[in-house]
Structure formats: C-alpha cells, structure tokens
Write a protein that binds this ligand. Structure first.
Ligand code: CAA
Length: 385
C-alpha cells in the first residue's frame, strides 16, 4: 500500500482503546440495548458516560478538550460500540466525524473555544444538518436559506433525517447564502438548540437504530450570529463533503460492528443447536456460510483500516472511505441475513438479537451517502482525466 502502514500491528494505545470500548459496551450499553430498541429510547446516560470516557471527541486535540487519538483508534472503538449497539455507534460517529472533525479543521478559534471544547468533552452533543426533503443524494440542491443582514443571518427552511436532532445541542446547518452561485453559494452555520425560530419535528419511528433519535428541523426567521459561520461563505458544500468523507469511515466501522455481532452470534448458535443428532456446526451448509461471513468481515476491516490510515497519514482518502463504506454496509446486510438463516425460526424473533442486526444494518447502506452515491464517488475518481 503506497505510503501507508498496512501491517496493522496495532499500538498498545490503540489496543487499550479497543479494550476500553469493548468493556464499556458490555457493561454499560448491553444491559439496556434490547429495551431501548423496542421502545425507541435515547441512551442519554450512556452518551454522558461516553463523553466522560472521551469517546465523543476521540480525534480532537487535547487543546480543545479531545482525546487526541488517531482515526484507527476511533475505528476500533466504533466497531466495539456498534457491535453491542449500533444506535450508540451512530450517535458517537456523528459527534466525532461530522461535527468535531469539521469544527476543528475549519472553524474560527472563537467557535472552537465556545462550541468544540464542550462537544469534544461530551458535555454537549452535536448534529449535522445537510439533508432536506428534496435534497438527499442530490445534496447541492439546498433550499434552506441564510440571509445576512448586519451581524446576523436569518435562517429559513427545513432539514430532515437528522441524527441527534432532538437530543443535540449544537447543529451544523448547511444553507444557501447566495442563490446564484449553486453549490458554491452554500455556507455552514452553527445553530444552538433553543434559538428562536428553530424547531424540530417528531422522532421518526424507524426500522432500525431505534434508540438513536432522528427528526426533521425547521427554521423560521431563525437568527444566527455572523460569528457562527463555519469556514467561509460559499464553502459549506465543500465542508459537508470533506466531513462526510471521514463520516463514511465511521459508518463503515459501525457496519463492521453489526456484521461481527451477527457472525459471533451465528458461531455461538451453530455450536449449541442440534439437528439430525449433532450440532449444526458439523454441517458444511453452516460451515460455508460462517467462512464466507468471516472473510467478508475481514475484508471490510482491511478496507476501513486502509481508509483510516490514509486519513491519519494526511493523504487523500475519499475514494477509500467510499469503498470502505460501500463494502462494509453491503456485507453487514448480507451477514445479518445469513445469521437469521443460520438461526432459523429463532432468528426471526426478538429473543435472539440477529433480527435487530438486520434492521440496524440496513441504514448503513443509506445514510452518509447511499451505496449508489459511494459508487459515483469511486467511479468518478477512477475515470477522471
Ligand atoms: N470529497 C470532497 N469533495 C467532494 C466529494 C468528496 N467525496 N464529492 C464531491 N466533492 C466536491 C467536488 O470536488 C466539487 O467541489 P468544487 O466545486 O470545489 O470543485 C463539489 O463537491 C461538487 O461536486 P460535484 O460537481 O461532483 O457535485 P454533484 O452534484 O455532481 O455530486 C455528490 C455530488 C457526490 C453526489 C454529493 O452530492 C454527495 O455526496 N451526495 C450524498 C450526500 C450525503 O452523503 N448525504 C448524507 C447526509 S448526512 C447524514 O446522513 C448524517 C447523519 O445524520 C447520519
């Protein structure tokens, strides 16, 4: 691999992060995950503890309240958290990748001190608002507007599918500041929860990741101080694309966590379940499925570690991030389906967790760029002159 360490002998620090995340997920997240999924309850206390452990600002410099870790550590932690609860995984991913990363890289010192520090320390939770009812994959078609007058912008419009939309404190909102300029007229504004004119819709009743909150946001003559402009006017679309590249690494890790959980559950079940006088792990039909699942998990890990390593090395990584997300999300759904098949009827009921893994896995093919969008990103890079 050009210019990157692809040996993946993880450092002691990276292994410690992985172990800490694993312990935390088992002891603090697992006990309530089934109930939170059924009743769609946000994991408020867990998110607070994740913040205290540094899981919400993993890659942010200690100068701004973060843990100062690399992307590989973040990936390892995301896998462990998502393996136990993919809802906690997405909450963590959005705060780290889409909010903290973008603020540290592009925001003014004022914004960093005022907003990034509490976000990285886990005292506040962030959300990222790009999608609109008519602008999902076609993200340049932003209709939310921000008109500048004096020392504030007036924000009008609607966003939807916003993770942390209800429980978030600080929102990065992409809005059009210059209608004539197309995507170069989009800017990013940081909006605080409770700002007059800023509201949210009902919590979406989702197929999976039900414990995370997702809702629409509305802005009606909502005033945002000009100092809350992130980066420069007209740079909002580039801001969104650049942060989403890192976000896609996070979602790839989330998908791997779900896939690995499906694989582990399948191995356990195959060794316990008896049919035709022996455990089903003796049958090649089951063995081949498990072997295929394991190869897919490992391949997804390699792609994701590669993208993370490129990012850590300061190299271009957006094609690799798209490849990692595309592949990891595809195999997460496939493996969850195989896990249900191995479990037979037991896989179809709530008592065994594999039905949740399937429901949770599907979103990884949709958010932070659908699989089709990832293919566009990959193909454009390969086919460009
Ligand atoms: N990285 C960096 N820059 C990128 C980029 C990438 N992956 N993809 C596009 N860009 C840049 C281009 O270089 C170009 O920049 P300049 O104008 O400075 O040259 C600009 O973006 C416009 O690009 P295109 O001309 O290629 O625009 P397009 O409209 O043809 O395609 C797209 C753009 C790739 C389809 C883009 O709209 C896209 O990625 N869509 C998917 C949006 C998405 O991922 N939404 C997720 C919502 S957030 C979410 O899910 C969060 C959550 O809560 C979990």
């Amino acid at each position: 691999m050009i210019g990157t360490n692809m040996n993946f002998d993880f450092t002691e620090e990276q292994l410690l992060i992985q172990e800490t995340a694993k312990d935390f997920a088992r002891t603090e997240i697992a006990p309530t995950s089934v109930e939170r999924d059924i009743n769609a309850v946000f994991p408020g206390e867990i998110v607070k503890k994740m913040g205290e452990l540094g899981f919400l600002g993993m890659m942010v410099s200690p100068d701004y309240g973060g843990a100062g870790l690399d992307t590989l550590s973040y990936v390892l932690a995301m896998i462990e958290i998502s393996k136990v609860d993919a809802s906690c995984g997405v909450i963590m991913s959005v705060n780290n990748s889409l909010v903290c990363y973008g603020l540290e890289k592009y925001a003014t010192e004022h914004i960093k001190q005022k907003y990034l520090v509490p976000l990285a320390q886990g005292e506040k939770l962030g959300a990222f608002a790009l999608s609109e009812p008519e602008a999902g994959s076609d993200a340049t078609k932003q209709t939310t507007t921000a008109d500048k007058e004096g020392d504030s912008y007036t924000l009008n419009g609607m966003k939807n599918w916003i993770t942390n939309g209800i429980n978030g404190d600080y929102f990065l909102v992409m809005a059009t500041t210059n209608k004539e300029a197309g995507h170069k007229g989009i800017s990013t504004l940081l909006v605080e929860k409770g700002a007059p004119g800023f509201g949210h819709g009902k919590k979406e009743d989702k197929l999976g990741i039900r414990s995370s909150d997702t809702c629409s946001l509305t802005f009606e003559n909502c005033k945002v101080p000009v100092e809350n402009l992130v980066w420069e006017e007209g740079k909002g679309f580039n801001f969104a694309m650049n942060t989403l590249n890192g976000g896609r690494i996070g979602i790839a890790a989330q998908a791997i966590g779900i896939a690995e959980a499906s694989l582990d559950a399948s191995i356990k079940y195959a060794k316990e379940r008896k049919a035709f006088g022996q455990t089903i792990s003796n049958f090649q039909a089951i063995q081949f499925k498990i072997a295929d699942m394991a190869v897919k998990v490992d391949a997804a890990k390699l792609l994701t570690f590669k993208a993370a390593s490129l990012k850590d090395a300061g190299k271009k990584y957006y094609k690799e991030a798209a490849e990692a997300k595309l592949y990891a999300s595809t195999i997460a759904v496939e493996i969850a389906l195989d896990a249900i098949q191995i479990h037979g009827g037991y896989g179809y009921v709530r008592e065994y967790l594999v039905e949740r893994y399937l429901r949770d896995s599907k979103i990884t093919e949709i958010y932070e760029g659908t699989s089709e969008i990832q293919k566009i990103v990959i193909a454009r890079e390969l086919l460009k002159d």
